[in-house]
Structure formats: structure tokens, C-alpha cells
Design a protein around this ligand. Structure first.
Ligand code: IMP
Ligand code: MG
Length: 176
């Protein structure tokens, strides 16, 4: 832990995260006026972001979660995605807003969006805290974006490396 932490460099400070979350909340509040959106958090990485975001949303929203697994190494998603924890809420006719931690290659998110679209929501949008756009393999439209990040492995603010560092309040890059 100590060794590993010495290789962590702050990439996005908590005050910058706070400002971005406030901006995203303003955009979402504006766009979903008069609606009753269902926010779908992608476990586990989005849990801190989602907790901060929903407390700034002044909408009669509901929450649900999905958990996905992607076969591959810890740092690289293979694109072979599986739903390991299903939604509890029927989403047909609902305004669904997916909350993601990172869009990296885009494989996981595009799989999830296709999967949700088959369930015929009234609308389907994506809110992502971070976008590693230089790594994209499949196009993903991000409707609400916090930060574009460089091609580095990041941790903190809910995001892990091997289940560690989710509790850090800032976002760090692992330097090698
Ligand atoms: P994608 O399928 O390549 O877009 O990967 C998406 C998922 O991989 C994210 O939701 C994260 O869970 C994980 N991931 C990608 N890059 C990072 C990173 O830098 N740190 C931690 N997890 C990451
Ligand atoms: Mg992950």
C-alpha cells in the first residue's frame, strides 16, 4: 500500500471534482425538468460519483444498479462483457441515465447501452465522470462528461486498481 501510494500522482483534486459534479448536476436538472429519471449506476466504480451527484439533483429520480464483468486483465477490458447483477427496475418507457466512472475503450459502455436499449427505455443517456478518449475502440456518445483524462491508469473517488484506492477523495494517476 505504502509503496503503491508513492507512485500515485494527483490528477484531479477534490475541489475540481466538486465543481464538475455541480456543473453536471445543473445540466441534468435542466434537461430532466418535469421528468422522473431512473439513474443506473455501474458498479462498483461509479458509487462515489453517483452519491455526490444525486444529492445535487432536484428531481423525483429513482436509482438502480448493474454490475458488469469483463473478461481480461485488471487493467485492460477484453470487450467480452457480461451482466453479473441485473437491474431490479423495469426500464421500458423510462428516462434512463447511465452513470459511469470511466469510458476507456468504450467496449463496456457500448455493450451496456445496447443491452439497455433492447429494453425499450423512453430515452437513454450517459453521464461519465471521466473519458479516456485516446483509448477508444468503439464510439460512445457521452451526454454529460466530467473530465477528459490522459491515457494513464487512474484511481480514487470510487475508482480502483485491484479493488484498492476507491476511498481516496481525489483522483490519482498511477505512474510507472
Ligand atoms: P472499457 O470497456 O475499456 O471502456 O473499460 C471500462 C471500465 O474499465 C471502466 O468502467 C473501469 O471499470 C475500467 N477502467 C478503465 N480504465 C480504468 C482506469 O484507469 N482505472 C480504473 N479502472 C479503469
Ligand atoms: Mg473497474
Amino acid at each position: 500500500m505504502t509503496n503503491c501510494q508513492s507512485q500515485l500522482k494527483v490528477l484531479i483534486r477534490r475541489d475540481e471534482i466538486k465543481k464538475a459534479v455541480a456543473r453536471l448536476a445543473r445540466e441534468i436538472n435542466r434537461d430532466y425538468q418535469g421528468k422522473r429519471p431512473l439513474l443506473v449506476g455501474v458498479l462498483k466504480g461509479s458509487f462515489v460519483f453517483m452519491a455526490d451527484l444525486v444529492r445535487q439533483l432536484d428531481l423525483p429520480l429513482e436509482l438502480d444498479f448493474v454490475k458488469l464483468s469483463s473478461y481480461g486483465s485488471a487493467q485492460e477490458s477484453s470487450g467480452q462483457v457480461k451482466v453479473v447483477q441485473e437491474l431490479e427496475t423495469p426500464i421500458e418507457g423510462r428516462d434512463v441515465l447511465v452513470i459511469e466512472d470511466i469510458v476507456d475503450t468504450g467496449l463496456t459502455t457500448s455493450f451496456l447501452l445496447d443491452y439497455l436499449r433492447q429494453k425499450k427505455p423512453a430515452s437513454l443517456k450517459l453521464c461519465a465522470l471521466t473519458d479516456k478518449s485516446s483509448r477508444r475502440k468503439v464510439a460512445v456518445a457521452i451526454d454529460y462528461l466530467g473530465f477528459t483524462v490522459p491515457n494513464k491508469f487512474i484511481v480514487g473517488y470510487g475508482i480502483d486498481y485491484d479493488e484498492k484506492f476507491r476511498n481516496l477523495p481525489d483522483i490519482y494517476a498511477i505512474e510507472d
